[in-house]
Design a protein around this ligand. Structure first.
Ligand code: UT7
Length: 323
C-alpha cells in the first residue's frame, strides 16, 4: 500500500513583529488581557507588497531545502489559503512558477483555519492513488489584510505566515512499521457559517471585507469537536491516545489547546505550542508549528503525531502521521 511520507518541513514568517504592547497603544486592550485569554505575546505582519504567494514560496523553498530535493521533483502543489493574492487564478499556480516547479498540478484549497488539514488530506489521496508522487502542501495567510484593526475582539488574535510540508508516496510493504499519513478525518457544519466569516466577497459586496467572529461560539465548539475528531482519526488508524508522541493543534488559542489536550488525556509536554510567538496564522499555523518542532529536534523519525484544526465554516479535522 502506498503511504504519503513526510520528507521535509519549512516555514516563513514576515520580518516585522507587533507586540501586545504595540497594539495597546492603538486600541483599548492590554498585554495582560491578550495573554490571559489567548496566550499570544506577538504576531508577525507582512510588509507592504509582501503577498500570500511570497510567504508561501519562501516556506516551500525552506521545505525543499529540508528535504534536499529540487522543485522539479514536485508534481502536485496544494495551497491552503483564505487570503489569496487574487480572486483567481489560484495562488498555488503563482507559487508553482515562483519555485520553478515546472509541470504538474497546482491548486488552492479554501477551508479557513482547517485548510491545511484539508489540503493534506487531498494531497494524501492523490499520492495513495498514484495520481502524484511528490506533493508540496502549503498553508499561507496574510490575515493582517482582512482584519478590522479597530475591532479589539479579533485584531489582537491573528498574524501572517506560511508553512509547508513535502510528501512523497512510498511503498511501506518492506518496512517493519507503517510510516507516513495513517489517517485523516474531516467534517463541516454550515449551520455555523456566520460564527466566523469575512463580511465581504466577490458575489456579495464586491469588496474583500473584514473578519468577523463570535469568539465564544467558536470556542464552545472547538474543544469538543477537536478532541472527538482526534479520537476518530486515531481510531481509523487503529491507534490509541497513549501511543501519541506529539499533538500539533491549530494555534488559535492556548486555552483551547490546553483544554483539548486535557480532554484527550495528553500531558502538556506532548503539546506543540507556537501561538505565543506566531498568534493565529489560520491555515499556516500547523505546518509552521511542524517546522518549528522538527527543526528544534522535538519531533523525531518514528514519532506518532496528531494534527487537528477547526475554523470558519465550521470545518474541522484531524490527521495522524507516523514521522
Ligand atoms: O482560528 C479559528 C478558530 N478561532 C478560535 O478558536 C477563537 C475562539 N475564541 C476565542 O479564542 C475567545 O473567545 C476569544 C479569545 C476570542 C475571546 O475570549 P473570551 O474569554 O471569550 O472573551 P469575550 O469575548 O467573552 O470578552 C470578554 C470581555 C468583553 O468585555 P465585557 O463585555 O465582559 O465587558 C470584551 O469586550 O473582554 C472584552 N474584550 C477585550 N478586552 C481587552 C474583547 N477583546 C478584548 C481585548 N482587550 N482585545
Amino acid at each position: 500500500m502506498l503511504r504519503s511520507r513526510v520528507i521535509g518541513c519549512g516555514g516563513y514568517l514576515p520580518e516585522n513583529t507587533i507586540s501586545n504592547a504595540d497594539l495597546a497603544k492603538k486600541i483599548d486592550t492590554t498585554d495582560e488581557w491578550i495573554i490571559e485569554r489567548s496566550g499570544i505575546h506577538q504576531r508577525h505582519i507582512a510588509a507592504d507588497g509582501e503577498l500570500t504567494s511570497d510567504l508561501a514560496a519562501a516556506a516551500a523553498r525552506s521545505a525543499l531545502s529540508d528535504a534536499s530535493i529540487p522543485s522539479s521533483e514536485i508534481d502536485l502543489l496544494v495551497l491552503a489559503t483564505s487570503t489569496p493574492d487574487n480572486t483567481f487564478p489560484a495562488t498555488a499556480t503563482k507559487v508553482q512558477k515562483m519555485i520553478n516547479m515546472g509541470s504538474g498540478l497546482a491548486f488552492d484549497v479554501q477551508a479557513v483555519c482547517a485548510g491545511f488539514i484539508c489540503a493534506l488530506s487531498v494531497a494524501d489521496n492523490f499520492l495513495q492513488t498514484g495520481q502524484a508522487k511528490t506533493a508540496m502542501v502549503i498553508g499561507s495567510e496574510t490575515y493582517s489584510r482582512i482584519l478590522d484593526w479597530n475591532d479589539r475582539s479579533t485584531c489582537v488574535l491573528f498574524g501572517d505566515g506560511a508553512g509547508a510540508v513535502l510528501l512523497r508516496a512510498q511503498n511501506n510493504s518492506n518496512l517493519s512499521e507503517d510510516v507516513g499519513i495513517l489517517s485523516t478525518c474531516l467534517h463541516s457544519d454550515g449551520d455555523y457559517y456566520d460564527a466566523l466569516y469575512v463580511d465581504g466577497g466577490v458575489s456579495t459586496t464586491q469588496t474583500s471585507g473584514y473578519l468577523r467572529m463570535q469568539g465564544k461560539e467558536v470556542f464552545r465548539h472547538a474543544v469538543e469537536k477537536l478532541s472527538t475528531v482526534a479520537e476518530e482519526a486515531l481510531c481509523d488508524a487503529g491507534l490509541s491516545i497513549d501511543q501519541v508522541d506529539w499533538l500539533v493543534p491549530h494555534q488559535a488559542n492556548r486555552r483551547i489547546m490546553d483544554a483539548t489536550a486535557r480532554k484527550l488525556g495528553l500531558s502538556d509536554e506532548k503539546l506543540v505550542i507556537t501561538v505565543d510567538k506566531h498568534a493565529n496564522t489560520s491555515s499556516a499555523s500547523i505546518p509552521l508549528a511542524l517546522s518549528v518542532a522538527t527543526s528544534d529536534g522535538r519531533i523525531q523519525a518514528g514519532d506518532l503525531v496528531v494534527l487537528e484544526a477547526i475554523g470558519g465554516g465550521l470545518v474541522w479535522g484531524a490527521g495522524v502521521v507516523r514521522w
